[in-house]
Each structure stands twice: as C-alpha cells, then as structure tokens.
Design a protein around this ligand. Structure first.
Ligand code: DAH
Length: 337
C-alpha cells in the first residue's frame, strides 16, 4: 500500500508541476486533497490493514504524501501568482524616457498671430500698446464715450452685464466691455498728451455664435491726441497702416459714417490689388465730449480714434469660412496655419 501511496503522491506532484494557471491549481487542490481524492481513499483503507505497524507506516505515508502535495500546491500557487504579477507589470510598463518620435512644434493661434502682427505694425508707426480691463464700468464703456443712458447706440451693443456693484456705482452698471473704446478714456485719464496708443483686447457681446459672430471676440483700438491733429492725419495713418500690414499694393479709403464718440466719423475700407474692397472698421475725430470725459480741453487738444476686429482680419487673411472654427481647437484646423 505504501508504494501505491507514493505513486499517487508522485502523480499528484507532477500534475501540480504541470498546472499552468491559478485556476488549474485550485481545481487540483480540491481534487487531490478533497474527501473524494485518492489520498483520502487510502486513509479510509487504513482500518483494513492487518497489523498496528502496517497501519502506522501506511498512515504516516499518507500524511507525508498529503503534506508534500499541499506544500507543492502552495508553491505552485505562489509561483503562478508571481508570474502573473510580473506579466502585468511588464505589460503596463510605461517608459517615460522613451522617445516617442519627432516632437511637434506648436505655433501661436491665428488670432494671436494677427494680434501680434498688428502690434508690430503700429509700434513701427510710433504707437505704444495700452490696456484696459475686460470687466468695465458703464461709465467707461458708454457714458464717457458720449453714449449717455438711453442713447440708441447702446442698444446695438448687446451688452452682457455683471452682477456686481463697484464702489460708488449702482448695481447693473458693471459689464463686460463691448468694445476696446473705453481704453481711450482710461488712457486720457492716466497720461498727458501727446497720446499715440493702440489697445488690442478681448470684447464681449450677447450674441449667438454663427459663421460670422462670436460672443467673445477681439478688437484693436487706436487713439491719437495731440495739438493740431486733423482728419488728414487720420487718413494718412490708416493708409500707412494698410500698406505696412497688407502690403504696398493695398490702399485705403474713408467713407462717412456715424459713431457717438467721433465727429466726424468714418468707416475705413481697404482695397485689394484686384480692386475689390473690404470693410475694416470705424474711425473719426475724437468727439469734444469724449476729450472732456478724458479730462482734456478740446480747445487745446484734438485727436482721432479708430477701432476694428482682429478676428475678422484673421478670417479674411486666411479665408476662413466659419469664424467658429477658430475657437473649437480642432488641431486639423489649427495646424493649417
Ligand atoms: N467701438 C466701435 C465698435 O465696437 C468701433 C470704433 C468705431 C472705434 C469708431 C473707434 C472709432 O475708435 O473711432 O463698433
């Protein structure tokens, strides 16, 4: 019987050795050491043996066999567990030093490119860059620009108001600036003339996005205040800008228009080499009321101002069909420029 026990043990051990998964080991465990197992069967037969010594020796052999089988099961379980863990670690290994190919070099966004080129051109013409806040007071955005409360032009601005009352202001008089023109007022209040500034920046209007409108867009404002500034200076500056920005084969014209903050007012258009015109923005001689709001005496100082959309310039320059494409951050679009 002892030989049979040892043979059963050896068979069991080689099965365990051959087990390829934790699942197989668990099945072997149940089968080899369970009540229905072969070794348990030997145990039940012990009582039938003739002598005490035989019973003792065979009982010992069964116990030894069970011990070595359960030891082998434990070791196989541990080995397979370690192997599985090692495989998982290897599979999930992330080599952070790995060189993932040619690095792609980014570039400034279309609007930033246009913004920076505009700055460069105006700085080249002798202008300084000025800034103002995006959250603005009603006074700077409208009133000081000759649009008192109830002025019909206010309605055209689709203003977004901010739920905040600034010091000394009534609630509902703080807003997201609808244009960069309030920077004119802030600049006049901050510095003495002569003033030659451009103020690029973000502006906001309550608008549903479509192919040509965004509720958030960008403008650049220009302001010149000095002694003896005339409309000829305005026209000359617009012309010099047009040639510097678009090229020497472009030219500009002024068309009569109306803005509350300039008098007289004009729209300026740029003519392409093929003769076609594109409307660029508004301009005019700074209204005496605006100079006064800026703390300046209109009898001493005169000036001109202009303003136009930066996004529109980028759209026209690159023939973008839908202005929304500029803001969805789809790399397939952005990478073209
Ligand atoms: N602020 C105007 C707008 O947003 C644009 C503008 C027109 C600015 C005439 C000016 C100007 O400085 O003189 O529609």
């Amino acid at each position: 019987m002892i030989d049979e026990i040892r043979a059963a043990r050896d068979a069991a051990l080689s099965q365990i050795e051959a087990a390829g998964s934790l699942q197989e080991v668990a099945e072997l465990d149940a089968r080899l050491l369970g009540k229905q197992g072969q070794l348990a069967g030997f145990k039940r037969q012990l009582g039938a043996l003739a002598t005490i010594d035989e019973k003792k020796a065979a009982g010992q052999a069964v116990n030894d066999a069970m011990e070595s089988v359960s030891g082998a099961l434990r070791r196989r379980t541990a080995d397979l567990g370690n192997a599985a863990l090692a495989a998982q670690v290897a599979a999930e290994r992330l080599d952070l030093t790995e060189y993932a190919g040619r690095p792609t070099r980014g570039h400034a966004h279309l609007v930033t490119q246009a913004w920076e080129r505009l700055e460069d051109v105006f700085v080249g013409l002798g202008f300084r860059i000025a800034e103002g806040p995006e959250v603005e007071s009603d006074w700077h955005n409208f009133e000081a620009l000759n649009m008192v409360e109830g002025h019909p032009a206010r309605g055209e601005f689709d203003t977004l108001f901010v739920d905040h009352a600034a010091e000394g202001e009534q609630p509902g008089r703080v807003l997201l600036r609808t244009h960069t023109s309030p920077v004119q007022i802030r600049t006049m209040l901050e510095q003495e003339p002569p003033i030659y500034i451009v103020a690029p920046g973000r502006v906001f209007r309550r608008d549903t996005p479509d192919a040509t409108h965004m509720p958030v867009f960008h403008q650049i404002e220009g302001l010149v205040v000095d002694r003896g500034i005339t409309m000829a200076d305005l026209a000359g500056t617009i012309e010099a800008f047009t040639k510097a920005f678009f090229g020497s084969d472009f030219s500009s014209r002024l068309r009569p228009s109306y803005f509350p903050f300039t008098e007289p007012s004009a729209e300026f258009d740029v003519q392409r080499p093929d003769g076609s015109w594109l409307e660029l923005g508004g301009c005019g001689m700074v209204h005496p009321n605006v100079l006064r709001a800026g703390g300046l005496d209109p009898e001493v100082w005169s000036g001109f101002a202009f303003g136009f959309g930066i996004d529109r310039m980028a759209v026209m320059r690159h023939d973008v069909a839908d202005i929304r494409d500029m803001y969805t951050n789809d790399l397939r679009f952005i990478e073209q420029f």
